[in-house]
Design a protein around this ligand. Structure first.
Ligand SMILES: CC(C)(COP(=O)(O)OP(=O)(O)OC[C@H]1O[C@@H](n2cnc3c(N)ncnc32)[C@H](O)[C@@H]1OP(=O)(O)O)[C@@H](O)C(=O)NCCC(=O)NCCS
Length: 468
């Protein structure tokens, strides 16, 4: 294959999206993202250096026994560059809220594709640089991801050899780990690369991994559920999620494709302390490559207290419909909520460990539903919206939860279901595709020269002695 790296100027003045398709068959595209990252790193390194020089011994708060016993809740002990979660305002990506991102980040339409939602590629650019990319920058990144999206044959064979009964998340984690066969970081490390340059092959691995994730997820979907065409063909003129939607058999479904773009863009990064993000950062701190780090993060995401919650909401909503019928009155829905609470169960999709107001990710998905006539008519989506009106009052009266408002999971799985993806077991894989955006932190970890994580632990006896 002819392999030519286009100069940046050529990329900026590139032809419209459709013309890229034929050109990309024979020309290798290099996105300008790596240059943009290289440009911002020195400035951020200087900022951190100055902070360290002035404040290395400053306290960020005390550690109480309740923090240690309560899952390190609230402890200020991680650096996370891409996003910060405010308990009232929700997530902000380099200071930008979800509504800001919806206004500013390039969308499918901007690239000449069907659909209106922001592209995960745009979010990837923002997370890595702190800057809003231009349409051409996103187009170049999309083209690079498409070019790198094909799976090596040995990974295809590994996925094909899994029993259908093996959970899709186990398959996902194992297939991602196997990609480390070709890790640029591992190869560079083994050759003795300087510490100051670690970020560069880490970046290359992160982009390779994000590019191949749709094909991995689609092959698992095909093998386990027989949906999609099983070929994982990539159209170089399509965006990352447009290609994924094609591979899983939703290529002609504009609503689903656009929903996946929005879902994946806003679920990607939710600061560093959640289980999947923290795990990939922890494993990466041992200088394990991004493939191994992400594989470990996926294992954490597979837990029912983390990535599996959207599946539980769906079960709850379908159960509610079965119990009280479709289009039930608010009174009937309230009765069902009270019977759930009185039997000692939680209302899934409500409450949050950090947030104390309605999750802006829920509001974004809800806004999406409002703009799609096919979803407005769907009784499950109507129920999600009815619950958002009714449940906060019931939970407030119940008086236990610190946040009676909906979180993102109260809508995310139900919309997938309404669009025809009824395979519950697969939902966490979709979340996993999204959470790959958190891998951007590994690039920052290397750029900042972050050390291996090693918190101090104590036995109960040792704690007792300390606290006497
Ligand atoms: C997300 C969640 C795990 C956060 O837990 P948390 O930080 O302990 O939440 P709180 O501090 O508000 O919990 C205080 C009490 O309210 C209860 N509570 C919290 N959310 C509740 C809900 N949705 N329904 C009923 N009770 C709830 C807790 O179980 C706890 O009860 P306890 O004192 O008897 O143990 C919790 O809100 C929950 O279980 N929500 C439902 C599941 C869900 O939607 N998960 C996805 C989160 S993105």
């Amino acid at each position: 294959m002819l392999s030519v790296t286009l100069p940046r100027v050529a990329l900026r003045s590139a032809a419209p999206a459709r013309q890229w398709a034929s050109a990309a068959q024979s020309v290798r595209y290099a996105s300008t993202l790596k240059d943009a990252v290289a440009q911002v790193i020195p400035e951020k390194q200087e900022q951190l250096k100055a902070l360290k020089a002035k404040h290395n011994n400053s306290s960020l708060g005390e550690v109480k026994l309740e923090n240690l016993l309560g899952g390190m809740r609230g402890l200020k002990c991680m650096l996370w560059e891409g996003s910060v979660l405010d308990s009232e305002r929700g997530i902000a990506f380099h200071g930008r809220s979800i509504p800001d991102c919806e206004k500013e980040l390039p969308t499918a339409k901007d690239l000449g594709l069907k659909g209106k939602e922001m592209l995960p590629e745009s979010m990837l650019w923002l997370l890595l640089t702190g800057k809003v990319p231009s349409v051409d920058e996103v187009r170049g990144l999309s083209a690079e991801l498409a070019e790198k999206g094909k799976l090596p044959n040995y990974v295809e064979k590994i996925i094909d050899s899994f029993p259908k009964t093996l959970h899709p998340m186990t398959q996902f984690s194992a297939a991602v780990a196997a990609l480390n066969h070709d890790s640029a970081f591992s190869a560079a490390y083994n050759k003795g690369i300087k510490k100051s340059e670690y970020w560069s092959p880490t970046y290359d691995d992160v982009i390779t991994l994000i590019a191949k994730i749709p094909a991995i997820a689609a092959r698992i979907y095909y093998n386990v559920f027989g949906k999609g065409d099983g070929k994982q063909a990539i159209d170089p003129s399509n965006d990352l999620i447009g290609n994924y939607a094609n591979m899983i058999g939703y290529g002609d479904h504009e609503g689903m494709t656009d929903y996946l773009r929005l879902y994946i863009a806003i679920h990607g990064d939710h600061e560093g302390g959640n289980v999947s993000a923290h795990t990939l950062h922890l494993v990466g701190s041992a200088l394990s490559d991004p493939f191994l780090s992400y594989s470990a993060g996926l294992a954490g995401l597979a837990g029912p207290l983390h990535g599996l919650a959207n599946q539980e909401v769906l079960g709850f909503c379908l159960g509610l419909q079965k119990a009280v019928g479709e289009n039930a009155s608010d009174e009937k829905v309230k009765e069902h909520l009270w019977s759930t609470l009185n039997s000692g169960r939680v209302v899934p999709g409500y409450g949050h460990a950090v947030l104390r107001s309605t999750d802006p990710r829920f509001l974004a998905l809800s806004r999406f539903c409002d703009t799609r006539p096919e979803l407005q008519k769907d009784s499950l989506v109507q129920l999600v919206q009815q619950l958002a009106r009714v449940a906060p009052g019931v939970l407030t009266e119940h008086g236990k939860t610190k946040n009676p408002n909906p979180n993102v999971d109260s809508a995310s799985g139900c919309v997938l279901y309404s669009y025809g993806m009824t395979e519950f077991k697969y939902y966490t894989v979709v979340f996993g595709i999204s959470r790959a955006l958190a891998l951007t932190q590994l690039v920052w970890d290397r750029a900042y020269g972050m050390g291996i994580e090693r918190p101090k632990s104590f036995s109960v006896d040792a704690l007792q002695k300390m606290l006497k």
